[in-house]
Design a protein around this ligand. Structure first.
Ligand code: BES
Ligand code: MN
Ligand code: ZN
Length: 493
């Protein structure tokens, strides 16, 4: 979307977009081309031609002086209560409507989009975000691609610089989300671990973000025994992709963002059922979202240091693949017994988290489509978070999640799980329990490798993808937690 901002009230386009509150008296007097249109809007509402329900888009022919325009209204509900989530719906529905109607030019009266709880800048940012996020589509592998959609939007408002900047910031966050979606949608025969690394390198080429890749041989020789064990069952060997963004002072400790990048999870010898295997290309969503968080930090020029670590591997079956009862030595030097090869995420993340800790981060966050158990506990639209030594940050992140319309709920790690992860007859640790509490077990296994460094683990097995289109976009990968983590990072001092 190209946005132009005018501070005049001259409507030069054939489509006019207005936000309409439930109580139309809350609408400031709207003057367009020297005509007060409030009374006309009231009549349209009384006649049920336009709706003021939150996010409802209505359209009608409208006469402005001697000219007719297509009027598009979006309901804002009671603007004393309208919040961030509501505005996602308002602008998501609006842009999806504009795209569906292939409207390529429109004038939007920005000042009609009010909310007592949100600043003008916050509203502008959501507008920018939804102008890109809500109309995402992925047709790279279709022969007949739908034509790219662009709209030239004239925003009429005052103090135009702040507003334009906020729109652009929203667009930066949304293009990061769509970048994560693009990676996640790629078919697993194409997005192998090594190609993933190449793509990430190519994406950040020429920016201040640097990308380092360790291939399978390097991983083996440097002692990444768990990542190597998972990846050696495939001809497409594993990679560790390290992404560094230094926007802060040289002496500031980085935050570490670690992502599960299983480009395909067949389950290995503990093989998945034919229906359980479908969609397992999405087992790298955690890592795609980490790439997006760093991309957003770069575009927003955040003054912090970040080290991203992506553990990429294909969990497959060949004669070299790991099998139940095997024992491997982790990067930490500890031995791990594999009782279930489908519990591969915690293995790769164990090594990745241990490696991330070498950068002496002040905090490690990891993101993973880790367990079906987290989905059984919370449903498929909520993330689970586990925290060790990071109580204050957890409270902040929970608050940002609430503001950003994302669901995150804390689950515990206790002495019960601490002893379960050590319950091996032959090795120091074991990757699987046959008992209950499988999400907690997996989290505790990963946390073990963070030592005493503050650590949070996010299990996004459910919400990483959705099978329902919404105002946030089509079905498929969601970029879950990118908005939450980016807004938390923006407020880090
Ligand atoms: N990638 C899966 C988890 C998953 C399941 C993600 C469904 C998205 C949707 C993970 O590697 C896995 O297979 N987990 C197993 C662990 C079990 C073997 C202990 C699970 O949750 O069933
Ligand atoms: Mn698995
Ligand atoms: Zn997996």
């Amino acid at each position: 979307m190209k946005v132009h901002i005018h501070d005049n009230k001259k409507i030069e386009n054939d489509t006019l977009i207005i936000g309409v509150p439930e109580h139309l008296n809350q609408l400031e007097t709207i003057e367009v081309v020297n005509e007060n249109i409030n009374e006309k809007l009231k009549t349209l509402k009384q006649n049920h031609i336009i709706s003021t329900n939150i996010g409802t888009v209505s359209t009608t022919l409208f006469s402005l002086k001697e000219k007719y325009v297509k009027l598009v209204t979006v309901g804002l509900g009671n603007v004393k209560l309208t919040n961030h989530s509501d505005y996602l719906k308002v602008f998501g529905n609006l842009f999806q409507y504009l795209k569906q109607e292939r409207i390529t030019k429109a004038s939007l009266l920005f000042d009609t989009f009010q909310a007592h709880e949100l600043t003008r800048e916050a509203i502008a940012e959501i507008l920018g975000q939804q102008s890109i996020q809500s109309i995402y589509q992925f047709d790279n592998y279709k022969t007949n691609k739908s034509a790219p959609y662009h709209i030239d939007l004239d925003l009429s408002t005052e103090k135009t610089d702040d507003i334009l900047r906020s729109v652009e910031q929203g667009q930066s966050i949304a293009s990061a989300i769509n970048l994560a979606r693009d990676f996640s949608q790629m078919p697993p025969n194409i997005l192998t671990p090594s190609y993933y690394g190449e793509m990430v390198q190519k994406h950040f080429e020429g920016t201040q973000v640097s990308v380092d890749i360790k291939d399978s041989e390097t991983l083996q020789s440097e002692g990444f025994g768990l990542i190597h064990a998972v990846g050696k069952g495939s001809h497409n060997g594993p990679s560790v992709i390290t992404i560094t963004y230094n926007g802060g002072k040289a002496e500031d400790a980085p935050i570490a963002l670690v992502g599960k990048g299983i480009t395909y999870d067949s389950g290995g010898y503990s093989i998945k059922s034919k229906t359980g295997m479908q969609t397992m290309k999405y087992d790298m969503c955690g890592s795609a979202n980490v790439i997006a968080m760093i991309e957003a930090a770069r575009k927003l020029e955040l003054k912090i240091n970040i080290v991203g670590v992506i553990a990429a591997a294909e969990n497959m079956v060949n004669e070299a693949a790991m099998k139940p009862d095997d024992v491997f030595t982790a990067l930490s030097g500890e031995s791990v017994e594999v009782l279930n090869t489908d519990a591969e995420g915690r293995l790769v993340l164990g090594d990745a988290v241990f490696y991330a800790n070498q950068f002496q981060p002040k905090l490690i966050l990891d993101f993973a489509t880790l367990t079906g158990a987290a989905v059984a506990a919370l449903g498929d639209d909520k993330a689970a978070v586990f925290n060790h030594n990071a109580d204050t940050t957890l409270q902040h992140i929970l608050e940002y999640a609430r503001q950003m319309d994302e669901f995150v709920f804390e689950l515990p790690m206790t002495s019960t799980e601490q002893s379960l992860i050590r319950n091996s007859d032959v090795a120091d640790l074991v990757n699987h329990t046959n008992g209950q509490g499988k999400a907690l077990f997996a989290a505790t296994f990963i946390n073990h490798f963070a030592g005493e460094t503050p650590h949070m683990h996010f299990d996004i097995a459910g919400p990483a993808t959705t099978n329902k289109a919404s105002h946030k976009g089509p079905k498929g990968p969601t970029g879950y937690l990118i908005p939450t983590i980016v807004s938390w990072m923006r407020h880090l001092k």
